[in-house]
Design a protein around this ligand. Structure first.
Ligand SMILES: *Cc1c(COP(=O)(O)O)cnc(C)c1O
Ligand code: SF4
Length: 346
């Protein structure tokens, strides 16, 4: 069972006077929530971090001049349908553009959903042929949409087909299913991921409240199968732009054997300006996180450069050059000279 815009009002999750607003947004962007995330919404909290991620708001209808339909330039790097080949050693493979939920800040919000659907067999075969024909492709990142919505039979066929390509050493699945629709992570789905090649799963979670018992159990089914699990989060104003919240999120992930991989600065997707803070604020949060938590809890804060120029780490930078060499800041914010001047303690 999933919920659309009208269902949110029927279920008492959104006040009836906001129905017009929900429908206006739904006319432009997909609206779907799973029962799992709908059940997490705290209707008493107007700033609820779960509602902020999944319940449409009128602010989504405001487009800033810098916002784009394809903010990270996927289209430009797509040689055949379903493939994005931006970096020499790895490609994205998007077998489907359907998601279990539609996140209000999504960078692919204008490509995904009913409009895009599933890659047909002929298109999928062309995508495999492209990977086979390019021996520099070392890794295939299966994303979408959400590949964990495909049937276990189709997932197994995909894993076996990719694994049979000699030069592909690593297969990576990006998915939000374990967090937002944990019952879908069945024993059959996990078995479908079995391969001799290295296979990683990267889950997506932004707030510690998303890590329910059911989500943790779903993730446990994946890690127990020997599949390393990493996570990505998006830095979202009003959801997790707070050092204590990020600390709780990353500690909770590490404690269930999930390594935080990326913290994404939100992309310039249309109608998402209300989620984006300044990069300097993100850097400050990362500094604070370094002070508070284990190195295992530190993701890399990244920006996907608009126009398809790829992802880069955006700091913070602890090191500055001056006339005498380097100045390096410690996690308490104190600067030290490197190398230390003769005869002094650093
Ligand atoms: C994000 C992305 C990848 C994966 O990048 P990593 O930094 O290796 O995680 C690969 N291809 C494209 C086109 C991407 O956008
Ligand atoms: S699950 Fe990922 S691709 Fe799907 S709507 Fe959310 S952010 Fe976008």
């Amino acid at each position: 069972m999933t919920l659309g815009a009208d269902d949110l009002v029927d279920a008492g999750l959104v006040a009836p006077e906001r129905l017009g607003e929900l429908r206006r947004v739904a006319a432009q962007f997909q609206v779907v929530l799973t029962e799992e995330v709908a059940g997490l919404i705290d209707t008493a909290d107007p700033g609820d971090p779960i509602a902020a991620q999944f319940v449409p708001r009128a602010a989504e209808l405001e487009t800033l001049p810098e916002e784009q339909a394809d903010p990270i330039g996927d289209e430009r790097w797509s040689p055949v349908p379903g493939i994005v080949h931006r970096y020499p050693d790895r490609v994205l493979l998007k077998p489907s553009l359907v998601c279990p939920v539609y996140c209000r800040y999504c960078f692919r919000r204008e490509q995904i959903g009913a409009r895009g659907k599933v890659l047909g067999r002929a298109a999928l075969d062309r995508a495999y042929a492209y990977i086979r024909a390019h021996p520099n492709i070392w890794e295939v990142v299966v994303t979408g949409g959400d590949p964990f919505l495909l049937s276990p039979r189709r997932v197994a066929a995909m894993v076996q087909t990719i694994a049979a390509i000699d030069h592909v050493q690593v297969i990576r699945f990006h998915t939000r299913v374990p967090v937002v629709d944990p019952q879908r992570v069945t024993a059959r789905l996990v078995s479908a991921l079995a391969t001799e090649k290295a296979l990683y799963a990267v889950i997506h979670a932004n707030h510690p409240r998303e890590l329910t018992d059911a989500a943790k159990q779903a993730i446990g089914r994946i890690t127990r199968a020997g599949i390393p699990v990493l996570s990505q989060s998006v830095l979202l104003r009003g959801v997790n732009d707070d050092a204590a919240v990020l600390e709780q999120l990353f500690r909770a992930l590490v404690a269930i054997r999930v390594k935080p991989y990326y913290l994404h600065h939100p992309d310039l997707a249309r109608g998402t300006g209300h989620f984006r803070g300044d990069i300097a604020e993100g850097q400050q949060l990362m500094r604070e996180l370094r002070r508070r938590a284990s190195g295992l809890c530190q993701p890399t804060y990244v920006l996907d450069i608009p126009g398809g120029h790829g992802k880069v780490s955006v700091g913070p930078c602890w090191l500055h050059r001056d006339r005498d060499g380097w100045q390096v800041e410690d996690s308490a914010g104190v600067s030290h000279r490197y190398p230390p001047p003769d005869g002094t303690e650093a």
